[in-house]
Design a protein around this ligand. Structure first.
Ligand code: GCV
Length: 658
């Protein structure tokens, strides 16, 4: 059995066999060839029409227009003719994918189709970060093994191309193929041992407008080069990286650059030598600058050996504390990559305050679609509504537009080295993402990174229709499940922004105290008196990392949004939320509601059984069944824990196991 095409399905719409589509193109080269191939696949599938390249009069004219963004496009389609213009080949290819998408969504004949669009990407960098290891495993991977690596080898095959097609079809233009935790085997990726295969992969990516990036080990001069140190201020180390960069760009022309996790969770970095993150990033930046390379430096830096007894250390403060003093010290080709929240991809967190702090430093946002803490692709959890909320959050920077969307897209300060990244959710499972519905996050992330004003509901509907066809019942049912999935997950897991409550290592819950006495800085500190962490000035003073009026909004318990109130405050169970409910009643109600919603997902799916392909139905059914059962575990364990500890009964007298 072969793997699926996800949303690139191109089912037959109208049989127009015999009528060839003539395509003229002012673009040449591999990307132009891909565009033609995609048109062939699309028109062949949807209309049984063949596609021919012509020099003159055409049905589809692909034109160069320097006035249009090189990754944007302008399309006019009507009466069986299409004119598609772009300032560059990537924009042209995106326009072709959009045309095919719109045709499929229209459901009708090519002649009756009319459509116009004039668009450009919101973000310069739209990137996927894969956490794939050289042995084929994937860190936090929930959909099989890697299709990039196997037994310490780089794998290049048809799947590489199909991955590139899917990824490019939603506008993603950069991919990091290996884990940020670069162990020794992966350090060798930047050596002769692997350049040949990487070059093949890179050519496939490039034909789909995707730049190849690699995660590197900061200690590579020692691991690969036999040096005794990797001090960024050491001339020998600097020289080693300069030569290495020259070699890489010689072997892999058009290479994008490095993603670096340094001084984080045990990874090597500049701290060893008493140097700063700016010293480390700039040294690499100088080495890659002559080749137009970028250094993406992660800000996920915190003390992961904390003593839980010490309530003064507060993990969410760490990124800001580490990087704010360095604002303005980074080279132009360095981009700081900041996780969306100050913790670690929880179902709900405030936005990382660093976004509102840095003013003279390039930054991009790091989301995660791998669902590490949001159901691990066993639970359905469509994340675009959450990501959209994050992007809309105003960080209240005086004098500039400062929604997260403005800050990461470069609108606020007029820079180009910025954008959105997501930790990817793909693997070699037949459906690519383990849960068939998880592919909506891959699709959705690309669509949202390209257009941050896109409505998550529209994205969901579109994805369902492209993947499963346009039967209204199917589209309505699966869209409704997707749209309810993040709210449901939030309801039946940890309450009111507190996060965690999962087992260390595998990060799958429920385990209320799983992290409580551990070294990772992730505590709920529940007692019979209350729950949550005080992060205002009477507590850890984390709130002060936000600009006013955000700082006061969060610090004041009366204005702090309910959904984050236990992140920012330690409260008694009887505290009344703005919703009118007490904290404890909120916990009970949401847990009963959330588990009921999960049960509803299963029955909704069962009602459309006959309208879905059998294999996809079976896979989804099995996962939704698990989700239903697991959500009950969450419900009962959380409710029982807090009932025991608070000794307050549910007002509605529902079953809580004591
Ligand atoms: C790649 C979390 C994950 C780790 C991950 C780390 C990171 O801690 O559990 O698996 O490491 O984040 O983002 O670097």
């Amino acid at each position: 059995m072969t793997y699926t095409n996800c949303w690139l399905t191109y089912p037959l719409l109208v049989d127009e066999t015999g009528k060839t589509i003539a395509v003229s193109s002012e673009f040449t080269g591999p990307v132009a060839d891909s565009a033609l191939e995609e048109l062939k696949a699309g028109f062949g599938g949807m209309y049984r029409r063949s596609v021919a390249s012509v020099a003159g009069e055409a049905d589809i004219a692909l034109k160069k227009n320097e006035k249009i963004h090189p990754e944007g496009y302008r399309v006019t389609a009507g009466n069986g003719k299409v004119v598609l213009e772009s300032g560059g080949e990537r924009g042209m290819l995106y326009g072709v994918f959009s045309l095919l998408r719109q045709l499929q969504l229209s459901g009708g004949s090519f002649n009756d189709f009319s459509w116009q669009q004039d668009t450009a990407p919101a973000n310069p960098l739209r990137m996927l970060n894969h956490w794939d290891n050289m042995d084929g495993s994937i860190e936090r991977g929930y959909s099989g093994s890697s299709f990039f690596f196997e037994n310490e080898e780089v794998v290049v095959n048809q799947r590489t191309k199909d991955y590139a097609r899917l990824t490019s079809s939603v506008g993603i233009n950069a991919v990091v193929i290996n884990n940020v935790n670069v162990v020794k085997a992966a350090s060798w990726l930047i050596s002769d041992r692997y350049y040949g295969k990487l070059r093949q992969m890179q050519e496939i990516f490039a034909a789909y407008g995707i730049d190849l990036y690699l995660s590197i080990n900061f200690a590579a001069p020692m691991e690969l080069g036999g040096l005794t140190l990797s001090d960024p201020c050491d001339p020998g180390v600097q020289q080693w990286w300069k030569e290495k960069a020259k070699e890489i760009w010689q072997k892999l022309p058009g290479f994008g650059g490095f993603l670096v996790k340094a001084d984080s969770e045990g990874r090597p970095g500049p701290f060893t030598y008493g140097r700063t993150h700016a010293d480390g990033a700039n040294m690499l930046a100088d080495a890659v600058a002559p080749f137009g390379g970028k250094i993406i430096w992660r800000c996920f830096v915190y003390n992961c050996r904390q003593d839980w007894r010490d309530a003064k250390i507060d993990r969410p403060k760490a990124a800001y504390d580490n990087f704010m003093p360095l604002d303005g010290q980074f080279r132009d080709n360095v981009i700081l990559q900041i996780k969306n929240g100050p913790m670690d991809f929880q179902v709900r967190e405030p936005v990382a305050p660093l976004f509102g702090g840095l003013k003279h430093t390039n930054m991009m946002i790091e989301f995660q679609i791998a669902q590490e803490y949001t159901g691990q692709q066993r639970h359905v959890c469509y994340l675009m509504p959450w990501f959209r909320q994050v992007l809309e959050q105003d960080m209240c920077v005086p004098g500039v537009p400062s929604r997260v969307a403005d800050l990461v897209s470069g609108r606020s300060y007029g820079n180009q080295n910025c954008g959105m990244a997501a930790v990817a959710n793909t693997g070699n499972d037949l459906n690519w993402t383990g849960h068939d519905l998880a592919a909506a996050n891959w699709y959705g992330f690309g669509r949202l990174a390209y257009d941050m004003t896109a409505d998550p509901l529209d994205i969901a509907r579109e994805w369902v229709q492209l993947t499963f066809g346009s039967n209204a019942q199917v589209v309505d049912t699966l869209t409704a499940i997707l749209m309810d999935s993040w709210p449901a997950y939030e309801k039946y897991t940890s309450p009111l922004g507190i996060g965690w409550m999962v087992s260390p290592n595998n990060h799958y819950g429920p385990s209320v105290d799983g992290y409580e006495y551990d070294r990772w800085g992730t505590y709920h500190r529940a007692s019979h008196r209350g729950l949550g962490v005080e992060r205002g000035r009477t507590g850890t003073d984390y709130c002060r990392q936000y600009n006013e009026p955000l700082c006061s909004l969060y610090e004041n318990v009366d204005t702090c949004p309910d959904e984050l109130v236990l992140f920012f405050h330690r409260l008694p169970y009887t505290h009344r939320l703005k919703s009118g409910k007490t904290v404890i009643q909120h916990i009970y109600d949401t847990h009963f509601e959330g588990a009921e919603m999960a049960e509803g997902f299963l029955s909704k799916l069962e009602a459309i059984k006959n309208l879905l392909p059998e294999d996809a139905y079976d896979r989804m059914h099995q996962r939704l069944q698990h989700q239903m059962e697991h959500s009950k575990d969450w419900r009962d364990i959380i409710n029982t824990y807090f009932h025991r500890i608070s000794d307050i009964d549910d007002e509605q007298g529902r079953k809580i196991y004591d």
